[in-house]
Design a protein around this ligand. Structure first.
Ligand SMILES: CC(C)(COP(=O)(O)OP(=O)(O)OC[C@H]1O[C@@H](n2cnc3c(N)ncnc32)[C@H](O)[C@@H]1OP(=O)(O)O)[C@@H](O)C(=O)NCCC(=O)NCCS
Length: 205
């Protein structure tokens, strides 16, 4: 065999090894469970879950598709998605806010570099509800916020029936919100990042 053909032979063996090497194949397997910040590429999956969760119930989504795209473009670091085998099963979208209480403008604005995150929406895919996923994702998100420089608190609004759900996660009631959507009234809830709630599940950053 000439030197040239020996080289070609070696390369072809290496290529074959690349194809059959099971360790390399495993790299392409989707993780069973993954938590990560969302990107604008996730907006459609986000909106599908959101639409099913809210439109059938109240006729209104907390965020339109354009707003989802906007927030995931402007402040992806304030979002968190839970993926199972590559499919989104639950998510949280937040944005920065710079006032003591939430007002109507907070629904569409992101104020950068502020100590407050406004949680616009937490939603779990309908097939995955009542399995603890909403609580677990919220807990992971609140732990994650400890690692975001300068972040001190989280605010959200919710309907009365979800107040106990957020209280269990360490949120405190701030009273009725000034925000109303389609005549729906909300309670405003506050969580102090770095407080004592849930410390037994300390994740480390
Ligand atoms: C609310 C939501 C995020 C909770 O997530 P989940 O994974 O189903 O909840 P978990 O299994 O972690 O916890 C269950 C607890 O949530 C609360 N909860 C959930 N849905 C509720 C509802 N419709 N009414 C009252 N409480 C409810 C209850 O406290 C329940 O505890 P219980 O089973 O002891 O009664 C989820 O049901 C969802 O996506 N709902 C539609 C969208 C929505 O309303 N989002 C919140 C406002 S942004």
């Amino acid at each position: 065999m000439t030197f040239f053909w020996s080289i070609v032979h070696c390369i072809s063996i290496r290529l074959e090894l690349k194809v059959v090497n099971p360790l390399r194949q495993r790299r392409h397997t989707l993780p069973a469970s993954e938590f990560r910040n969302l990107t604008p590429q996730d907006a459609i999956s986000v909106f599908e879950i959101e639409r099913e969760a809210f439109v059938s119930v109240s006729g209104e989504c907390p965020l339109t598709l354009d707003e989802v795209l906007n927030f995931l473009g402007q402040c992806p670091e304030l979002s968190l998605g839970w993926f199972e085998e590559g499919r989104l099963v639950a998510f949280i979208i937040g944005s920065g806010w710079d006032k003591e209480r939430l007002s109507q403008e907070a629904m569409t604005q992101h104020v950068p570099d502020t100590p407050t995150v406004h949680i616009h929406v937490l939603s779990v895919h309908r097939h995955c509800r009542q399995q603890g996923k909403g609580s677990i994702l919220l807990w992971r998100y609140l732990q994650y916020l400890r690692c975001v420089p300068g972040l001190r608190r989280a605010l959200l609004i919710c309907e009365d029936f979800l107040v106990p759900f957020y209280q269990k996660a360490g949120f405190k009631e701030k009273g009725p919100s000034a925000i109303s959507v389609s005549n729906m009234q909300f309670q405003e809830m506050e969580y102090m990042v770095g407080g004592q709630a849930y410390t037994r599940r300390n994740s480390g950053c």
